[in-house]
Design a protein around this ligand. Structure first.
Ligand code: G16
Ligand code: MG
Length: 218
C-alpha cells in the first residue's frame, strides 16, 4: 500500500528547469561550448558541479580549467540562477500541483522532497509551499547524486517508510532511474521517450492526481 510521495522539485513542482538552463547557457557561451536541447535535458536533476563537468566534457574542455576556475564558473551560474528565482511567486507553481498536494495532505499521505538543488528551501518559500514539505533530503549530505538511488531512498527513510510504500515523482531520466533503483514506484512527468523507464508516465503535471495514478497502476 502506498503511504508516501517523494517529490522532485525542478520540473515537477515548478519550472525552474528553464531557469537552470538559461543560467547554464550563459556559462556555456562564456567557455565556448555549444548549447543545445540535448545538453539541457542531460543536466536535469544533476548536481551543480556534475552539470558543469558535463558541459565542459561535451567539447573535451574538462581539463582546461583549474578547480578554482570551475568553482568560480559554478558560482557565476548560481548567481544567474538566483536572480531568476528571486522573481518567482506562487503563480509559478506548475498546473495541478497545488490541488494534488492538498489532496495528498488531506488524505494523510506523507510527503518529502528529493531535490538535488541546494536552493530548494528558497524556491519552496518563494512558491509558498514550505509547509507541505517539512521533510527534505539535504543534497549536501549525499555521497552520490541522481541517477544513484541514494536521494530517493533517503526520501522514504526520512518519512520512516519502506521505499515500496512510496511513489517518486520526477521529470528527469536520471531521477526516474534513481526512483527505480530505490525500489519505489516511479511517475515520470514529460516526454515518454526520454522517461521510458518510468512505471507511469504523464506528459504534464496537470494529469497528476491520485485517481490517474491508481488507474495507471491497475
Ligand atoms: C535540480 C536541477 C538541476 C540542478 C540541480 C542542482 O535538481 O534539475 O538542473 O543542477 O538541482 O541545483 P542547485 O545548483 O540549485 O544546487 P532536481 O533534483 O530538483 O530536479
Ligand atoms: Mg527535476
Amino acid at each position: 500500500d502506498i503511504k508516501g510521495f517523494v517529490f522532485d522539485l525542478d520540473g515537477v513542482i515548478t519550472d525552474t528547469s528553464v531557469f537552470h538552463s538559461q543560467a547554464w547557457h550563459q556559462v556555456a557561451d562564456k567557455v565556448g561550448v555549444k548549447w543545445d536541447d540535448e545538453l539541457a535535458d542531460a543536466l536535469k536533476g544533476i548536481s551543480r558541479m556534475d552539470s558543469l563537468n558535463l558541459i565542459l566534457a561535451k567539447d573535451h574542455k574538462e581539463n582546461d580549467f583549474t578547480e578554482d576556475e570551475k568553482v568560480a564558473l559554478a558560482t557565476e551560474k548560481n548567481d544567474n540562477y538566483l536572480k531568476l528565482v528571486n522573481q518567482m511567486t506562487p503563480a509559478d507553481i506548475l498546473p495541478g500541483i497545488k490541488a494534488f498536494l492538498e489532496d495528498l495532505k488531506a488524505k494523510g499521505y506523507l510527503l518529502s522532497l528529493a531535490s538535488a538543488s541546494k536552493n530548494s528551501p528558497l524556491v519552496l518559500k518563494k512558491l509558498g509551499l514550505g509547509d507541505y514539505f517539512p521533510k527534505s533530503v539535504d543534497p549536501a549530505s549525499l555521497k552520490h547524486g541522481k541517477p544513484d538511488p541514494e536521494i530517493f531512498r533517503r526520501g522514504a527513510e526520512i518519512l520512516s517508510l519502506d521505499p515500496a510504500a512510496c511513489i517518486g515523482i520526477e521529470d528527469a531520466a536520471a531521477g526516474v532511474q534513481s526512483i527505480n533503483g530505490a525500489g519505489e514506484t516511479s511517475v515520470g512527468i514529460g516526454d515518454p521517450k526520454i522517461l521510458a523507464a518510468a512505471d507511469i508516465n504523464f506528459t504534464d503535471t496537470a494529469q497528476l492526481s491520485l485517481a490517474n495514478i491508481k488507474a495507471a497502476l491497475n
